[in-house]
Design a protein around this ligand. Sequence first.
Ligand code: TYM
Length: 335
Amino acid sequence: MRIFSGIQPTGRKHLGNYIGAIRQYVAGQERAADGESIYCIVDLHALSVAYDPAELRERLYDTTAILIAAGLDPGRCVLFRQSDVREHTELTWLLSAVTAHGDLNRMTQFKDKSAKQRELVSAALFLYPVLQAADVLAYKADEVPVGDDQRQHVELMREIARRFNERFAPDTPILVEPEHRIPEIGGRVMDLQDPTMKMSTTGGTGQGTVLVLDPEDVVRKKVMSAVTDSGSEVVRGTGKEGIGNLIEVLSVIREVEPEAIEHEFEGFGYGDFKRAVADGVVDYLAPVRERYDQLRADEDELEAILAGGAEKARAIAAPTVAEVRDAMGVGPPRG
Ligand code: TYM
């Protein structure tokens, strides 16, 4: 079983990324054999919207250090920077030949993000899901741990793999159709100030987004000022999206069912409950923040880790791309 996932080096990583994805990456590293869980920091995806080149490098180091601080061990998993493995871009072009324009047009993330671009809606934004498909398919990964917002992208990569195999490798399939792994609880952490939208550094509110690296007092403040409703019961339900979101967050942190949280807080008010959530989130993120500072300070070491990861990644991706080229009749025949 092989696991692959990608994370953007843009913005600052938040509790939604942590609960929906990063936590699962670490669990994946534990479940898979050494070298069979592969995590990629997708700097090329970040070029699809307006960005600052110098900042991109900084954020890439931030993200690398967060992932290691969260528990990824570069000795056991493969941790690398997307642009270091050129096979991803080549495979993107090859796969674009079996990707329906209409499918890309239907991607909700493309619609959302393109509506937000002020100056340029780039072709890169449109092709974003093909690069994402290439990321995963190059490794013939079986599983893709992601948050709920990536469901449609994983569905598309399955479709691309299917169409490629049907057209170019009908007898012995070359590409693997991966399964998404979206957590049932915590797959979509909502903004604390506006629980009708997902937590996000680009689309959400600043106050409603808990950053992994926020200092303790900031985390507390954000959780304590989370929007709730006029009721008083700590239960999930319609009209109780704010409380429901906090219940889910605490249930993930405590590793219990949401029902157990509802039961525990029967008869308590929102204030007590929010204090418990704030304590939980602070304790959950504190060790990551502590390890982060030390890791982030040594950029040479981070570069060395990424270079080692890229070498391992290339050794897996290059043979796949060679097979795909050959099946598509590109380049000289293979011996
Ligand atoms: P990115 O960097 O936006 O997000 C990283 C991961 O965090 C998850 N996530 C959330 N989960 C729960 N609640 C939230 N509020 C929340 N916000 C974000 C995302 O679902 C994601 O898993 N397109 C991908 C990056 C990518 C990729 C890949 C993923 C590139 N290539 C190949 C998987 C496989 C993205 O934008 O992630």
